[in-house]
Design a protein around this ligand. Structure first.
Ligand code: GRF
Length: 193
C-alpha cells in the first residue's frame, strides 16, 4: 500500500511513520508528503528521506475545492491508497473525502471526544483534567469528529506544563500512530480492536 502524509509543521509524526517504515514495523510505502506551508520542517524531513513533497499555498487558490483538486491529481498520479494526517491544520473538504473517505486517518492530542480542535493540550490544562492522551480516528467533514480507532492516555501530574505534557503526548503518538496505520493496512479486523 502507498501512503501520503499531510503535515503543516514540524512533522515529528511524519518522521515516526518514516522510521517505522525503515525498521519494518510499518509495511507500506510512504510515497508523498502534502504540505500547506512552505516553511514547514516536515518538508526538510521529506527531502532527507527522498520522499516527494507537494507543497502548496492555499492563498494562491480560489477555494478549498481548487487546491484539493490539485492535491487529488497528485494522489492519483502517485497511486496513493491511504492518507495519514499528521499535524495538518486544515479541515479536509468534500473533494478529497469523496475519493478517500474511510481511507483517511488523523491523530489528535486528546482523548476525543474531549478537547477537539485547536490547542487540545492547552484545553486539557485549563480544564484541570487529570488525564488526557492521543486519539487516532477516521476523518470526516467535522473537526475531529470521525470514528475513533485507537486511544492511549497519559496522566496529567501536578505542576505539569504545556511543554512537559506535549512531550509526553508526542511520545505516545510516535508509537501509536505507525502501529495503528500498520494494523489498518495489513492487519485483520480483529487486531484493530
Ligand atoms: C501532533 O501532536 C498531533 O496530535 C496534532 O498535531 C501535532 C503534530 O505534531 N494533530 P508533529 O508535526 O507531528 O510534530
Amino acid at each position: 500500500k502507498r501512503i501520503a502524509v499531510f503535515a503543516s509543521g514540524n512533522g515529528s509524526n511524519f518522521q515516526a511513520i518514516l522510521d517505522a517504515n525503515k525498521s519494518g514495523a510499518l509495511n507500506a510505502k510512504v510515497a508523498l508528503l502534502v504540505c500547506d506551508r512552505s516553511d514547514a520542517f516536515a518538508i526538510e524531513r521529506a527531502e532527507k528521506e527522498g520522499v516527494p513533497a507537494f507543497v502548496f499555498n492555499p492563498k494562491n487558490f480560489f477555494d478549498k475545492a481548487a487546491y484539493e483538486s490539485d492535491i487529488l491529481e497528485y494522489l492519483e498520479t502517485m497511486k496513493i491508497d491511504f492518507i495519514a494526517l499528521a499535524g495538518y491544520m486544515r479541515l479536509v473538504g468534500s473533494t478529497l473525502l469523496e475519493k478517500y473517505e474511510g481511507r483517511i486517518v488523523n491523530i489528535h492530542p486528546s482523548l476525543l471526544p474531549e478537547f477537539p480542535g485547536k490547542d487540545a493540550i492547552g484545553q486539557a490544562l485549563t480544564a484541570a483534567a487529570d488525564k488526557t492522551g492521543a486519539t487516532v480516528h477516521f476523518v470526516d467533514s467535522g473537526m475531529d469528529t470521525g470514528q475513533i480507532i485507537a486511544q492511549e492516555s497519559v496522566t496529567i501530574e501536578p505542576g505539569e506544563t504545556r511543554e512537559t505534557l506535549q512531550k509526553k503526548i508526542q511520545q505516545i503518538e510516535h508509537t501509536l500512530y505507525p502501529a495503528v496505520i500498520e494494523k489498518l493496512l495489513n492487519g485483520t479486523k480483529e487486531t484493530i480492536q
